[in-house]
Design a binder for this molecule. Structure first.
Ligand code: CA
Length: 370
């Protein structure tokens, strides 16, 4: 028996469709005229991002375009920005209930539904972007993520990766843990729990709500993603310092969620098209990220005179220590949490010897030559 990967199968299918489309005789064949008209679908995709938001918001647009084209119009998907159909932070519930068939966002937004979901977005001082993609897709993470979402009638599929994020926007210099005391900061996920543990006040706000909250003093500081997205939201207008690096999100995995019942009721080839389009859209966004962030950082610094600051080393060491406590506590909080943590830690430890002598060693020797 010959096994083929999803991509190979899809390639063969698309090739077949293309050949038929290119051949004037194809429509005359008995096979074609005997075929039943195929059912068409119109699905809705709700996102946690403003409509057409650069980078992270475009994953869904790319995905929808690819699905429509690959399915030759059998599946069309309308993408809704945050608030157009449901509010940003209700995407999980909306897709679970079938109000929309698909969602796009990040799993740490759903910590109120399943705290363990945070493992599949980013852990403070955890796996970087490439390592996360590898753990989820080839290191055991995916099966655990599916198991976690199953009771919610959802299927998760990775939907992009931000790479290392930025540390955030502040209106005062951050030199010690003391500087976080009482600080109201927009920071989701486990990074937010670290901020809480050291005396700050984490706030979970969707993209579209951050600027006004910072401007009016509802929050004192914010992180969001990186130069591309932070430039788009205009934080340079209302904050003095832009800190790095994003210790709290070293390579955040974005997610698609599909209504499980509805997805599984689709014909197999449409399911495969959806999965393949999701993977392609995710990969495209990740590959664009360095080029786009580079240009955006230049704009922030040169045109908007943004002041870059690195978190001091002793502060970073303390944040690291608190992060480990928080991560371990989350893992220990449930049976599945423990299994996810074990899988994550096992991957991290087993990848270390190779990472140390490859990417880490290379980045170090390159930096030394500058
Ligand atoms: Ca972030």
């Amino acid at each position: 028996m010959i096994f083929k990967t999803g991509i190979q199968l899809l390639g063969i299918m698309v090739l077949g469709v293309t050949l038929l489309a290119c051949s004037g005789e194809a429509e005359q064949t008995g096979e074609q005229s005997a075929a039943q008209p195929q059912q068409t679908y119109e699905w809705k995709l709700v996102t946690t991002w403003p409509k057409n938001f650069p980078g992270i918001g475009m994953v869904s647009e790319t995905f929808a375009d690819l699905v429509e084209e690959l399915s030759e119009g059998r599946m069309s998907i309308r993408v809704y920005g945050a608030g157009e159909l449901v509010p940003a932070l209700e995407v999980f519930d909306a897709v679970s209930a079938g109000t929309a068939e698909i969602g796009h966002g990040a799993s740490y937004y759903w910590k109120g539904k399943a705290p363990e979901a945070q493992f599949f977005a980013a852990l403070p001082f955890g796996l970087n972007g490439e390592e996360m993609e590898s753990w989820i897709n080839y290191g055991g993470g995916m099966a655990l993520w599916e198991e976690l979402y199953e009771p919610f009638n959802l299927i998760p599929i990775p939907g992009g990766n931000t790479g290392v994020q930025m540390g955030g926007w502040f209106n005062k210099e951050i030199n010690s843990l003391e500087d976080f005391r009482g600080l109201k900061m927009r920071i989701p996920g486990l990074g937010g729990e670290v901020i809480q543990r050291i005396g700050g006040v984490p706030v979970n706000l969707a993209a579209g709500e951050i600027y006004t909250s910072l401007q009016t003093g509802v929050i004192d500081a914010t992180e969001f993603v990186g130069p591309l997205n932070d430039l788009a939201l205009g934080f340079y207008d209302i904050a003095d310092y832009y800190y790095y690096p994003g210790w709290h999100e070293p390579g955040t995995v974005l997610e698609f969620v599909f209504n499980k019942e509805m997805f599984e009721a689709l014909p197999g080839d449409l399911q495969l098209i959806m999965r393949t389009a999701a993977e392609a859209a995710s990969s495209r966004m990740y590959k664009e990220s360095i080029a786009q962030n580079t240009a955006a950082l230049q704009t922030l610094v040169e045109e908007h005179n943004v002041e870059l600051r690195q978190f001091p080393d002793d502060l970073t060491a303390e944040l690291y220590s608190v992060s480990q406590d928080i991560i371990n506590e989350l893992g220990q909080s449930s049976e599945i949490g423990q299994r996810i943590l074990d899988s994550y830690r096992q991957f991290e430890a087993s990848a270390r010897p190779y990472q140390d002598i490859s990417i880490e060693a290379y980045n170090r020797i390159r930096a030394q030559q500058r």
